[in-house]
Design a binder for this molecule. Structure first.
Ligand code: BGC
Length: 479
């Protein structure tokens, strides 16, 4: 038996595949086993993502905890509770991440832990975050840290939180403290996670804890205050750590008129798309807000970002006039839909999201991408098809610098409690037991190889082979 290895490049998909040849000669039998690979850059960040309230446990001082306790919406065992017990033992999951080959991880700081009362900072909480960040560095995992991921300290809610402009001073003070204590360990910051999701779910639906006033006008005022907070935080971070990179994680779904719903729905989808996907980024770029309420210029906002974070999950259909359900669940017949009708699996939407932010000329990180899939029957294909879109973008020289999968471990999924599982690692919230899913093993291979190979596809999702490595693959020859 003899092995020979070589390397060859052929055209495909707009750029190239690199083929890793392996020829096996055995008596009269000759087989050519060909491994085609979508190769990622050597400095690519392979990450996972999580947020404080969803994993730390016992975050008792924020509005989510309060809401979970008393609104009758969270049946027993569906509250955040101990979550993934990260406050006590983040290190164990960081070991798992490191073993997986992950070299970047996204966390958030829980404002209500760090500042449990106005201007009273909890040094122990800050020290614990320091330990967690150090633990990442020790394992070769680069931290990306969000300052706000959906939750608010109760004292802030009592003062009107983002509905009141006073929040800008509070947010700046909190940012300054966190950066002073932890800035040496954090190369990448996110000021906000998904500000427009926060706007829709908190101000226009009852899926998030209610603000003082719901509705479009208070919602737009809150978005303006979040933009002001963003600008203040950006300049605060840069003043103390000029090398730090600062951005936001922007959820960017595809919006389309529901199939068969006519021209008005198409027009409506464009309006919703502009508001949800474009308006925040446009304001960060220009410093201007253009909307029915609250238009104007925001001081120090123009150009206040170093990169764009894209969170991508799905395509949404909308109808005009919108009904009680803003998003239509009339999926097409062939649609693949994830657990609990969360959304349609639509990989090319990720490429579209990347393409539309190229005009801002900034590095791009995929700061979240994942699927609720308890049985792990969709996640391996989801991972492969979405990474193909990332690779496609990179092969056109779009500056996508990293990918953070949501999520490392199953965690508390907001108003859906524990009914939706996003983890590469399965977790039982009652026993805290973990078990690596197949998709976790696949991600491990990808992270370790910096590539998606035909061989991985053949093992984890063989039906995708013709789609991901189409046509030109030499056949196995046997004499
Ligand atoms: C949020 C996460 C959430 C995930 C899955 C994102 O919109 O940032 O907190 O768990 O989606 O729904």
């Amino acid at each position: 038996m003899m092995w020979c290895e070589g390397l060859e490049v052929f055209e495909g998909f707009g750029r190239c595949y690199v083929l890793d040849f392996c020829c096996v000669f055995w008596r009269y039998r000759v087989s050519f086993v060909v491994k085609a690979k979508m190769i990622f850059p050597p400095d690519f960040l392979w990450g996972t993502a999580m947020s404080a309230h969803q994993v730390e446990g016992n975050n008792k001082n924020n509005d989510w905890w309060t809401w979970e306790q008393d609104n009758g919406r969270f049946p027993p065992h569906q509250q955040s509770g101990l979550a993934c017990n990260w406050w006590q033992n983040a290190e164990a999951d960081l070991d798992r991440a490191a073993e997986m080959g992950v070299n970047a991880h996204r966390i958030s700081i829980e404002w209500s832990r760090v500042e449990p009362e106005p201007s009273v900072f909890d040094q122990e909480a800050l020290a614990r975050y320091r330990q967690i960040l150090l633990a990442m560095h020790e394992r070769g995992i680069e931290p990306m840290v969000a300052l706000h991921h959906f939750t608010n300290p109760m004292w802030l809610v009592e003062k009107g939180d983002f509905g009141s402009e006073i929040v800008v001073d509070y947010f700046q003070r909190y940012t300054a403290k966190v950066v002073a204590e932890l800035g040496d360990l954090v190369p990448k910051w996110l000021t906000f996670n998904e500000p427009m999701v926060y706007f829709f779910l908190r101000y226009l639906s009852d899926d998030f804890p209610a603000p003082a006033q719901r509705g479009l006008r208070p919602g737009f005022m809150a978005v303006n205050n979040m933009l002001r907070c963003h600008a203040a935080a950006y300049h605060t971070i840069k003043a103390s750590r000029p090398d730090a990179q600062v951005g936001v994680a922007k959820n960017m779904p595809v919006f389309q008129g529901a199939p068969g719903s006519g021209q008005l729905s198409k027009w409506w989808a464009k309006r919703v798309d502009w508001l949800f996907n474009e308006s925040w980024l446009e304001s960060m770029e220009t410093g201007k807000v253009k909307r029915p309420f609250g238009s104007g210029v925001i001081k120090n906002l123009a150009g206040s970002y170093d990169f764009i974070g894209i969170n991508y999950y799905t395509r949404f259909y909308v109808k005009f006039p919108p009904g009680k359900e803003f998003i239509s669940r009339d999926w097409g017949e062939d649609a693949v839909v994830s657990d609990g009708d969360y959304g349609e699996v639509y990989p090319s939407g990720l490429y579209q999201a990347i393409k539309r932010v190229i005009k801002y000329n900034k590095p791009i990180y995929i700061t979240e991408n994942g699927v609720p899939d308890q049985a792990d029957s969709l996640r391996p294909s989801f991972l492969l098809t979405h990474l193909r879109e990332v690779w496609r973008a990179i092969s056109f020289c779009f500056p996508v610098m990293g990918y953070y999968h949501w999520s490392l471990v199953d965690n508390f999924e907001w108003d859906r409690g524990w009914t939706q599982r996003f983890g590469l690692i399965e977790m039982n919230p009652e026993t805290q037991e973990r078990m690596m899913r197949d998709s976790g093993r696949l991600y491990q291979e990808i992270c370790q190889d910096y590539a998606v190979s035909s061989d991985m596809v053949a093992r984890y999702a063989p039906s995708l082979l013709p789609e991901l490595f189409p046509g030109d693959m030499p056949k196995i020859v046997t004499k």
